[in-house]
Design a protein around this ligand. Structure first.
Ligand SMILES: [Zn+2]
Length: 73
C-alpha cells in the first residue's frame, strides 16, 4: 500500500516469499510464491499451482507488492 516501499530489481527475495503481480495469471490468480532463487525467480501460482520463471527485472516490472510472510516460530 505504501508507495514509498516500491520493490525494485534489487529487492531481495527468499524462498517462501509471497508476491502479488499486476497482471493476473491465465487462471485469474494474482498471488505467487517464490520457490526458487537465482538469476531468474521461480514463481508458483497459488491458485493453479503452475510454475513459471521470471527474470528479476521482469518481476520488478510486474510486481504490485510483496506480501510479508509471517515468521512462524
Ligand atoms: Zn495460475
Amino acid at each position: 500500500m505504501a508507495d514509498s516501499v516500491r520493490p525494485t530489481v534489487l529487492t531481495p527475495y527468499s524462498v517462501g516469499d509471497r508476491i502479488t503481480l499486476k497482471k493476473a495469471h491465465a487462471c485469474g490468480g494474482l498471488e505467487w510464491e517464490v520457490y526458487r532463487i537465482g538469476a531468474d525467480l521461480g514463481l508458483l501460482c497459488l491458485v493453479c499451482g503452475r510454475r513459471i520463471m521470471l527474470s528479476r527485472r521482469n518481476v520488478a516490472r510486474r510486481i504490485r507488492k510483496r506480501v510479508e510472510t509471517p515468521d512462524v516460530k
